[in-house]
Each structure stands twice: as structure tokens, then as C-alpha cells.
Design a protein around this ligand. Structure first.
Ligand code: NAI
Ligand code: MG
Length: 330
């Protein structure tokens, strides 16, 4: 029996999390689901984007499956981004974002890669200041965070095709990005069975588009990892198919790469696959790799049929699509 905290959040999170729950229930494993609140609607109702009960519910569970959380583009007094708060509060330092070819028209063939994104610092410490016509932001790079993310990436490369690209901008930012590069090189030198090499982030973006098949594992700082992982999602069928894992020493939250999609929220047409594949990553993390692989396979089977949501060119609803995945799961 696994205790899973469900955190639907906002927008299409409220539609795709129940779809993923139905798939989990169809696996035959036993779950105790606990629902909790976070996000913008929660902030509007309670004055807190992540209430203390929510944090406690996540801590008390074996893992957490999250939907999406809306953040306003302007600063709102008292509001903080739920997912960034949870990543920092629970020290979920490793953001794993796999991208592999899927049997849909919008996916290129021959891709199987993994972004390992540092999840707690970089530019996302969000220390910003404005002085009239001047705005400043801090970038934080620590030895500890850079070492542990490099270690995660090297271990992932060992489990995969033994290739690791360290992505940085050390030519322009030698003190910060260069420090990250230096530490990543120190750590990966301890893994002689993997081929590690470095790429400047802009060149990496170009190579990802021109020849994505050459990539296995990538490791980088927070902002670069955020941007490149959306690019990677775009190569294999779009945000509707892109899962992710936020992993720390003691807790883990699994969530789609996409956001709350206000443009389609409430219509029942969101693609549930990103969250369903995030649930599969969660099962892998919980020590159920066979069930995780069965879900992945069922997603591919359903993607090869014509019950697809509109983002994939179909006419199906979220529920029809997730039911097709459940049927494929058998
Ligand atoms: P978004 O990912 O929500 O949407 C981008 C585009 O992709 C939209 O056209 C949307 O309809 C489409 N899309 C995304 N997921 C889809 C799915 N499952 N099925 C079908 N189409 C899908 O990004 P956007 O519009 O930049 O942000 C919307 C809100 O989400 C903002 O408040 C933002 O702060 C938040 N956000 C939250 C994230 C999180 O919770 N981790 C990540 C990214 C954005
Ligand atoms: Mg993002």
C-alpha cells in the first residue's frame, strides 16, 4: 500500500490529476490517496499558496503527484509560487525531465534523453530588486548543490547510455556558471565509465534541435534546465506529453512540465499523458519499475490509436483519452 498525496492545483491540474489517479487505480497496486490544496485558487481562498496542512500531507506520504499551479505574472503581496516553495522547503534538489520519441505526428524519431536540472538555486532563488530604471537579480551557485546534482546526473548516465553533457554559460559567466562547470567536471571525473563533455547552453539548444538523437543525459543549472526541457518536450510531441520528477533525499513530487493552461482549462480537453507519465515516474521511484513500464507502454499504445486530445490533432476528451490508456493497460 502506497500513500500518495494528490495536489491537483489550478486549471487543467484539476482535470489531469483525476485522470492519472484512474490509471494508477487500474494498475492493481494498492494506494491510499490523500488530496491536498496548493496554488493560486488556494491562495485566493486561504491567503496561502501552500497551507501547512498540505506540507504535512506531503511529508506523511510516500510520494506526491501534482497537477499545475497558476502564478500571476505580476508580483502579488503574500503570494509565492507553490512548486518553487515546495522544491525548496522539501529540498527536492533534482528535477528529472525525460524526453523520448512517441508514436505521434509531432514527435521526431530516435530521441531518448534526460534533463537533470538543478532545482533549488541558480537564478530561481528569485532575489530581485528594482531601483527606478535599474533591475537586478542574484544568481546563487553553491558547491553542495552543484556536487549533488552532478552526482545524480552521473548515476543516471550509468543506468542509461553512459553519456553526460554538462550545459553552462561559463564563457560569459565564469564566476557563477564557470563554478558550476568546474564542480560538475570534478564530480563526473569520478565516473570513468561515462563519457562526460561540456556544451555552452546556446550551442546545446541548437544541437538539440538539429540532432537530438546524440543526447543521453544532460545536467545544468535551474534556468537553463527549465528552458531546454520545454524545448526537448517540443521535439517529442509537446507539453501534453512531458513528465517530470522533483526528487530529494526524503521526499519526491512528480508533475507534468506544463502549467495550468488557462486557455483550455475547464473544457475537459487537456491531454492527461504528461501527468500519467509523471505517475509512472513516481512508481519507478517507489520501486515498481515493471508497473511503470506497463503504463509507459499503454500510453504508447493509446497514442498509436485515434482517441487523442485536440493538442495531438484528435477530438477526444481527457476522460476518453485516459480510458483508452486504461484499456491498453489491460
Ligand atoms: P502552460 O504549460 O500552462 O500552457 C502552454 C500552452 O500549452 C497552452 O496553449 C496550453 O493550452 C498548452 N498545454 C499545456 N499543457 C497542456 C495539456 N496537458 N494538454 C493540452 N494542451 C496543453 O504554460 P503557460 O500558458 O505559460 O502558463 C499558464 C500558467 O501555468 C501560468 O500561471 C504559469 O505560471 C503556470 N505554470 C505552472 C507550472 C507548474 O505548475 N509547474 C509550469 C509552467 C507554467
Ligand atoms: Mg517550465
Amino acid at each position: 500500500m502506497y500513500q500518495i498525496c494528490l495536489l491537483p492545483g489550478d486549471g487543467i491540474g484539476l482535470e489531469v490529476v483525476p485522470a492519472a489517479r484512474a490509471v494508477l487505480e487500474a494498475t492493481g497496486l494498492k494506494f491510499n490517496f490523500v488530496e491536498a490544496r496548493a496554488g493560486w485558487a488556494c491562495f485566493e481562498d486561504t491567503g496561502k499558496s501552500v497551507p501547512d496542512e498540505t506540507l504535512a500531507a506531503i511529508k506523511a506520504s510516500d510520494a506526491c503527484l501534482a497537477g499545475a499551479f497558476t502564478s500571476p505574472k505580476k508580483k502579488v503581496a503574500g503570494f509565492f509560487s507553490s512548486i518553487r516553495y515546495l522544491r525548496r522547503e522539501l529540498d527536492l534538489f533534482a528535477n528529472l525531465r525525460p524526453a523520448k520519441s512517441r508514436p505521434v505526428a509531432g514527435s521526431l524519431p530516435g530521441i531518448d534523453m534526460l534533463m537533470v536540472r538543478e532545482n533549488t538555486e541558480g537564478l530561481y532563488v528569485a532575489q530581485e530588486r528594482r531601483y527606478g530604471d535599474l533591475a537586478l537579480a542574484d544568481v546563487v551557485i553553491t558547491r553542495q548543490a552543484s556536487e549533488r546534482i552532478s552526482k545524480v546526473a552521473a548515476e543516471q548516465a550509468q543506468k542509461r547510455r553512459h553519456k553526460l553533457a554538462i550545459i553552462h554559460k561559463a564563457n560569459v559567466l565564469p564566476v557563477t556558471s564557470g563554478f558550476f562547470l568546474e564542480i560538475a567536471q570534478e564530480v563526473t571525473a569520478l565516473y570513468p565509465d561515462i563519457h562526460s563533455y561540456d556544451l555552452i547552453v546556446d550551442a546545446a539548444a541548437m544541437l538539440l534541435v538539429r540532432d537530438p538523437g546524440q543526447f543521453d543525459v544532460m545536467v545544468t543549472t535551474n534556468l537553463f534546465g527549465d528552458i531546454l526541457s520545454d524545448l526537448m518536450a517540443g521535439l517529442v510531441g509537446g507539453l501534453g506529453l512531458a513528465p517530470s520528477a522533483n526528487i530529494g533525499e526524503t521526499h519526491a513530487i512528480f508533475e507534468s512540465v506544463h502549467g495550468s493552461a488557462p486557455d483550455i482549462a475547464g473544457k475537459g480537453i487537456a491531454n492527461p499523458v504528461a501527468t500519467i507519465l509523471s505517475a509512472a515516474l513516481m512508481l519507478e521511484h517507489l520501486g515498481e519499475p515493471e508497473v511503470a513500464a506497463a503504463i509507459d507502454q499503454a500510453v504508447n499504445t493509446a497514442l498509436s490509436q485515434d482517441t487523442l486530445t485536440p493538442d495531438l490533432g484528435g477530438k477526444a476528451t481527457t476522460e476518453e483519452f485516459s480510458n483508452a490508456i486504461i484499456r491498453a493497460l489491460g
